[in-house]
Design a protein around this ligand. Structure first.
Ligand code: NAD
Ligand code: TYD
Length: 332
């Protein structure tokens, strides 16, 4: 099989490509990626390049998609603007990529008669005080990011319903692990802790996220792509929930730093208090999470400690400018 993987130079897409090529020796992958600030070809360096083709291009550009898709047997769409804080600052790019880009890919899947998997997020369901969202929970997104992801998801369902496109959706909870861009809570916290920089905690830090190790999500994607039913949604919730402040405390401990680095800052606008997903439907296909948070966070801290060659360049340039705008202070 030859898969088109869009957004394959990002955090989760590259983990998927590395794992998929390693576990499926007969398969080939074409990565189509625009290489935004979040795309990094180094993320794909450990993959088997004899079966990997990289194409730089935009999923919102029908010609780029048509060229990349030739000879592919299926599409997995990871490409997105993915950070809530950036969506609050500049929502337009999110609509272009996450909504219009998804539409362009769906048109291509429809023309070529290809199976299509949309990578989506628990954030489309909004915040939940108690219990967990299931696939039948109503969509109630709160940020421009989650609204644009929900828009993409609705198009996927419509293309299945109207044109019979063999399309499915997976919605995951917060991923963490190696190669995650440091704008997100866990890598930001690890790198600031290693550098001795203060760690910005939004509001009271009591918001809860449901954490999923990225390799577990990569495995779930393969299971759903192979065995999932077209037109269906599959939620992939992580095995553990944790309040942000507890995540920060564990990272500080893992990096040998004390709580003095914690800096409570103004809350995120429209901040969702809690995300929680039931993974029962995905588990019924034979998947289960293997990495619990205690182990995953240890592995992740160790990876960042050992891979300054990766994050050194990442933690400068565009990210440094973003950080200064977002947090009103410089990185150490
Ligand atoms: P990321 O920001 O690390 O990577 C996104 C990738 O998409 C980058 O390589 C970027 O260059 C590429 N890209 C952006 N716009 C593009 C465009 N117009 N055309 C082609 N490529 C483009 O994101 P991630 O964390 O790896 O997330 C991947 C997917 O998983 C996204 O769809 C996101 O919504 C979803 N998701 C993420 C999480 C999470 O915790 N990170 C959880 C659930 C779902
Ligand atoms: P993030 O990693 O941006 O993921 P998401 O918003 O998609 O869940 O944030 C995770 C949680 O951590 C969220 O509740 C916001 C919070 N947070 C902070 O407290 N400080 C930070 O500097 C960042 C980036 C996030």
């Amino acid at each position: 099989m030859k898969l088109l993987v869009t957004g394959g130079a990002g955090f989760i897409g590259s983990a998927y490509v590395r794992n998929h090529l390693a576990n499926n020796p007969g398969d080939r992958v074409v990565v189509l990626d625009k290489l935004t600030y979040a795309g990094n070809l180094t993320n794909l360096a450990p993959a088997d390049h004899s079966r990997l083709q990289f194409v730089e291009g935009d999923i919102a550009d029908p010609a780029a998609v048509a060229a990349a898709i030739e000879t592919c047997d299926g599409i997995i769409n990871f490409a997105a603007e993915s950070h809530v804080d950036r969506s609050i600052e500049n929502p337009g790019e999110f609509i272009k990529t996450d909504v219009f880009g998804t539409f362009v890919l769906l048109e291509a899947a429809r023309d070529a008669g290809l199976r299509y998997l949309q990578i989506s997020t628990d954030e489309v369901y909004g915040s939940i005080e108690q219990g967990s969202f299931t696939e039948t929970s109503p969509l109630d997104p709160s940020s421009p990011y989650s609204a644009s992801k929900a828009g993409g998801d609705l198009l996927v369902s419509a293309f299945h319903h109207t044109y019979g496109v063999e399309a499915l959706i997976v919605r995951a909870s917060n991923n963490y692990g190696p190669y995650q861009f440091p704008e997100k809570l866990i890598p930001l916290c690890i790198l600031n802790a290693l550098a001795g920089d203060r760690i910005p905690v939004y509001g009271d830090g009591l918001q809860v996220r449901n954490w999923l190790y990225v390799d577990d999500f990569a495995a779930a994607i393969d299971v759903v792509f192979r065995a999932g039913e077209p037109g269906q949604v599959y939620n992939v919730g992580g095995p553990d929930e944790c309040a942000n402040i507890e995540v920060v405390r564990r990272i500080l401990e893992g990096c040998g730093r004390d709580a003095g680095l914690i800096d409570y800052v103004s809350d995120r606008l429209g901040h969702d208090v809690r995300y929680s997903l039931s993974a029962a439907r995905t588990e019924s296909l034979g998947w289960s999470a293997e990495v619990r948070f205690d182990e995953g966070i240890e592995r992740t801290v160790a990876w960042y400690r050992d891979n300054e060659a990766w994050w050194g360049p990442t933690r400068s340039g565009e990210y440094r400018e973003y950080y200064e705008r977002q947090y009103g202070r410089t990185l150490g």
